[in-house]
Design a protein around this ligand. Structure first.
Ligand code: MSP
Length: 427
C-alpha cells in the first residue's frame, strides 16, 4: 500500500528553529514506521518561498527575495539532513516546475467558474500573509500574532468563491470524522466552517514575488494557494520520468502545526474540490513547542537552535526527546535542561542499562551468541501485544503513545534482566 506524508513547507524569511525541526522529525518518525511495515512511502518536505513574509524580510536585509530564499532554503535543506529526515523529495516553491503546475490547477479553478474579480478592503498582516477581521485585531489595529501595527488595504484582485463550498465542506466533515485530528482540531475547523465562509483573495496585485496569474499577468497568486498546492504539484515532477500522482494522491496525512489549521482544513479541501481533485485523507495537527509557556517563534525571539542541540546530544537524542517530551497533538514546554534530564534518566539509565546488561551478559555467559530463549510467557505476550499497540497508535498518529508503549516494555525488560542475576544464567 502507498503512504504519502507531508510537513508544512517552511517560510524562508528566517532560519529554521526547533519548532520547524519538530514537524519534520514527527513526519519522519511516521514515514520510517510505515516503511518498516512494508508500505510504499513518499515523504515530502520543503520551503515556501513567495509572498510578503519573504519579500519584506528580503527588503529589510537589503537583498533580493531570491537571494534570501536561496540562502535560507539551503538552511532548511541542511536541517532536514541533520535531523536524519528520510524525505523522498524537497520542494522549493520558487521552482519553475511548481509554478507551471500551480498555474495549471488554478486555471482550472478559474475555468470552472470559482474565481471572480473584486476589491479587497480590510486588514492584512504581511508577516502572517493572512487577512484579519476587526474582531481578531488587538488595540484596534495590531496583528494578534505578530503584534505589529497593520494598515488597512484596498486592492483590486481576484477572489476564490470559498463560500460556494460551505455545504460541501460540512458534508465532508460529516462523512469523514477522521478528516482532521485530533478531535479538538476537528471541532475547531468545523465550527469555523459553520460560522459561515466568506470568499477570499486568490491573488495579490501589489506583489511581484510569486507565481504569475495566467489570465492576468499583472498579478501573482496569494502565497497560501501557491504554497498549499505544493503537496500536489511535487508528485508531478519529483521523479524525472514518472508522474507519481496516481500512486500517492490523495495524501494520507498532512502534518501541520495548529497555527495553519484554517488554511489546511478549510481553504485546501475547498480549493481541491473547485479544481476537481480528491481531498487528502487526513490533516493531523500538532501543538506548539513552548518556552516558559510561550510559543517558540522567531517573532518572540525565544528559539532553540536544533543544530546546537544535535551538536551537544546527538540527533537520535533530539528526535527521541521531541516525540517523548510533548504529547503529540498538544502544546508542551521544552528546554535544553529537560533534554539533558531525559537524556540521563531515560536514554542513559533505562535504555542504556538494558542494552549494556543484555550485551554484557550475552558476551560473558553465552559466547556473544543470542541464545534460543525460553521466553517468559508474560514478556512474550507483552512483546506480541506491543507490536499491535504500536501499530494502532501510529495509525491514529498518536506518536507519543506509541513511544510510551515501547517504554512500558523496555522498563519491564530492564526489571526482568535485573531480577535474573548473572550467576543464575551461567552456562
Ligand atoms: N509557509 C507556511 C506553511 C505553508 S504549508 C502549505 C508557514 N511556514 S512557517 O515557517 O511559519 O512554519 C510553520 C510550521 O512550522 C508550523 O505549522 C509548525 O508545523 C512548525 N512550527 C513553527 N513553530 C513551531 C513551534 N513553536 N512549535 C511547533 N511547531 C512549530 O506557516
Amino acid at each position: 500500500m502507498s503512504f504519502y506524508v507531508t510537513t508544512p513547507i517552511y517560510y524562508v524569511n528566517a532560519e529554521p528553529h526547533l519548532g520547524h525541526a519538530y514537524s519534520t522529525i514527527a513526519a519522519d518518525v511516521l514515514a520510517r514506521h510505515m516503511r518498516q511495515r512494508g508500505e510504499d512511502v513518499f515523504f515530502l518536505t520543503g520551503t515556501d518561498e513567495h509572498g510578503e513574509p519573504v519579500a519584506q524580510a528580503a527588503e529589510a536585509q537589503g537583498v533580493s527575495p531570491r537571494e534570501l530564499a536561496d540562502r535560507n532554503a539551503q538552511r532548511f535543506l541542511d536541517m532536514a539532513g541533520r535531523v536524519n529526515a528520510t524525505n523522498d523529495f524537497f520542494i522549493r516553491t520558487s521552482d519553475p516546475r511548481h509554478h507551471a503546475a500551480v498555474q495549471r490547477v488554478l486555471q482550472t479553478v478559474y475555468d470552472r467558474g470559482y474565481v471572480y474579480e473584486g476589491t479587497y478592503e480590510g486588514w492584512y498582516c504581511p508577516r502572517c500573509a493572512d487577512f484579519k477581521t476587526d474582531a481578531e485585531l488587538i488595540d484596534g489595529n495590531r496583528c494578534p500574532i505578530h503584534l505589529i501595527e497593520l494598515e488597512r488595504e484596498k486592492e483590486d484582485n481576484y477572489f476564490f468563491k470559498l463560500s460556494a463550498f460551505q455545504e460541501k465542506l460540512e458534508q465532508l466533515y460529516a462523512d469523514r470524522p477522521e478528516f482532521v485530528g485530533p478531535q479538538v482540531r476537528y471541532n475547531e475547523a468545523l465550527s469555523f466552517i459553520k460560522g459561515g465562509l466568506n470568499d477570499v483573495s486568490l491573488t495579490r496585485a501589489r506583489l511581484r514575488w510569486g507565481v504569475t496569474v495566467p489570465w492576468d499577468e499583472s498579478q501573482v497568486f496569494y502565497v497560501w494557494f501557491d504554497a498549499l498546492l505544493n503537496y500536489y504539484t511535487a508528485l508531478t515532477y519529483a521523479r524525472a520520468d514518472e508522474d507519481l500522482t496516481a500512486t500517492f494522491w490523495p495524501a494520507d496525512v498532512h502534518l501541520i502545526g495548529k497555527d495553519i489549521l484554517k488554511f489546511h482544513t478549510v481553504f485546501w479541501p475547498a480549493l481541491l474540490m473547485a479544481a476537481g481533485i480528491e481531498v487528502p485523507k487526513r490533516v493531523f495537527v500538532h501543538g506548539f513547542l513552548l518556552i516558559d509557556d510561550k510559543k517558540m517563534s522567531k517573532s518572540l525571539g525565544n528559539v532553540i537552535d536544533p543544530f546546537m542541540v544535535i551538536d551537544l546530544y546527538g540527533v537520535d537524542a533530539l528526535r527521541y526527546y521531541l516525540v517523548a517530551a510533548v504529547g503529540f497533538g498538544q502544546d508542551g514546554n521544552v528546554s535544553t535542561a529537560d533534554v539533558e534530564a531525559r537524556y540521563d534518566a531515560e536514554l542513559a539509565n533505562q535504555y542504556g542499562n538494558l542494552a549494556s546488561r543484555t550485551f554484557g551478559m550475552t558476551s560473558r555467559y553465552r559466547d556473544g551468541v543470542v541464545p534460543d530463549a525460553r521466553i517468559d510467557p508474560q514478556l512474550g505476550t507483552d512483546l506480541v501485544d506491543l507490536a499491535e499497540r504500536v501499530r494502532a497508535h501510529f495509525d491514529a498518529i498518536e506518536l507519543t503513545q506509541g513511544l510510551a508503549a515501547v517504554w512500558g516494555v523496555v522498563r519491564r525488560l530492564n526489571q526482568y534482566v535485573q531480577d535474573r542475576a548473572p550467576w543464575k544464567l551461567a552456562k
